[in-house]
Ligand binder design. Structure first.
Ligand code: CTP
Length: 399
């Protein structure tokens, strides 16, 4: 979604400047055009050459420099920007923007732009917590600036607390979310489930499955990037939590059912990408089962079928993991669980299914007509599913 977008990256003078180089690099790799403005103080930490090499563009450092490409029009960058990102942002630049000051190229660009502005502050905890910075931050939020909360951790000054420059992927997540806020799913609330549920045997052991959660997380992020309000109900996974999404962590199928039932009220769609265990242990042992007990037989009973049982006025999208008769089995699930759409995948195929970064799926709606997609990244599959969700909502997909 960043392909072809023009991002003006404002770099101000703090020790985290070197991390902004990684951010610029990731944005370029994602297909964005990046134009960097460095403040005078930022130049004390790194030279423009770093950003010029990464972005293949000249870096603006001085409004009045005669060889500056944008000298003629000091607001040129504010006009071409799809988004302005200030990272790292010092307390000083936040104060200037909150006051409406425009005494250099960056603050002038911010004052002149109609585009969204994302600010990623990084500073010593005492400065971040100073009432003046608190007031300035509140003022900026009120005026529609998007603040990426600084991370909590060890600071360059040796202290520990809030003020650390957030990880690159967190900032990129915020940029995507802000860019997508008026996209085709704006105003819709979508519930996504992900991961494999874990059914306890005793306090130590569980029954689970091989689901990595990648497909559900890709769907949640894609829906967020298209403007939806997303609730992600996730079984435990090794994936990092995406930003801008309400995340509810559960373990068992029964817990997931409760959370799904709560979340779907006032939602327009439920996408059940979770691999819900079909069986749970009938009697969970309260103490660890010792091996001296000899051979062990477990009595298993069915878990609730969340997708089949949940009811309401929202679209129901399910997945069908099959190892044979893909289309006919998926069609049966559409009927039985009264689905609007099913995403069927043959888990025996290469590049597909559990743990993989790619997937090869067939989409089947209520008319039973299969739409076979080629092997794609899970993110691309997510967007194709959301295209169908848009059409089911009578919204023209923008991708
Ligand atoms: N599902 C669910 N609750 C369950 C089992 C499955 O909500 N207890 C959902 C899954 O999240 C998925 C869809 O139902 O979206 C189909 O899951 P799948 O495992 O393919 O099918 P099952 O209904 O479990 O049938 P089977 O395992 O026999 O194929």
């Amino acid at each position: 979604m960043l392909t072809g977008k023009t991002i003006v990256l404002g770099v101000t003078g703090g020790i985290a400047v070197y991390k902004a180089a990684d951010l610029a690099s990731k944005l370029i790799q994602a297909g964005a055009k990046v134009r960097v403005i460095m403040t005078k103080n930022a130049l004390e930490f790194v030279t423009p050459l770093t950003f010029e090499a990464i972005t293949s563009n000249s870096v603006i450092t001085d409004m009045f420099k005669t060889d500056a490409e944008h000298r003629i029009n000091h607001i040129a960058l504010s006009e071409i920007a799809d988004i302005v990102v200030i990272a790292p942002a010092t307390a000083n630049v936040m104060a200037k923007i909150a006051m409406g000051m425009a005494d250099d190229m960056l603050t002038t660009t911010v004052l002149a732009t109609d585009s969204p502005v994302v600010i990623a502050p990084a500073m010593h905890t005492a400065m971040w917590e100073n009432p003046v910075t608190r007031d300035n931050t509140a003022k900026l939020v009120k005026r529609g600036f998007h603040i990426v909360e600084p991370a909590i951790g060890r600071l360059a000054s040796g202290g520990y607390g809030p003020g650390r420059f957030p990880d690159t992927e967190v900032i990129v997540g915020h940029i995507k979310m802000v860019l997508g806020q008026n996209s085709d799913l704006a105003g819709k609330r979508i519930v996504v489930t992900a991961g494999g549920t874990q059914e306890p045997i005793d306090p130590v052991r569980i029954i689970s499955n091989r689901s990595s959660g990648k497909m559900g997380y890709a769907l949640a992020e894609a829906a967020r990037d298209r403007g939806a309000e997303v609730i992600l109900i996730t079984a435990p996974t090794a994936l990092s939590k995406p930003v801008g999404i309400r995340i509810i962590t559960v373990e068992t199928a029964v817990q997931m059912k409760t959370e799904v039932e709560n979340a779907v009220a006032n939602s327009q769609a439920l996408i059940m990408a979770a691999a819900v265990a079909d069986y749970q242990v009938a009697e969970v042992a309260s103490a660890k089962i010792k091996k001296e007990s000899g051979e062990l037989s477990l009595k298993l009973m069915h878990t609730p079928d969340i997708l089949a049982e949940v009811k309401g006025n929202f679209l129901k999208i399910g997945f069908a993991a099959e190892s044979q008769d893909l289309i006919s089995n998926a069609r049966i699930k559409v009927e039985k669980k009264r689905l609007d759409l099913i995403v069927a995948n043959d888990i025996t195929e290469e590049h597909s299914g559990f743990g993989s970064d790619t997937n090869k799926v067939v989409l089947i709606g209520q008319d039973g007509m299969p739409e076979s997609l080629p092997v794609m990244s899970k993110r691309e599959v997510a967007d194709r599913i959301l295209d169908r969700v848009c059409r089911l909502m009578n919204v023209q997909p923008k991708t």
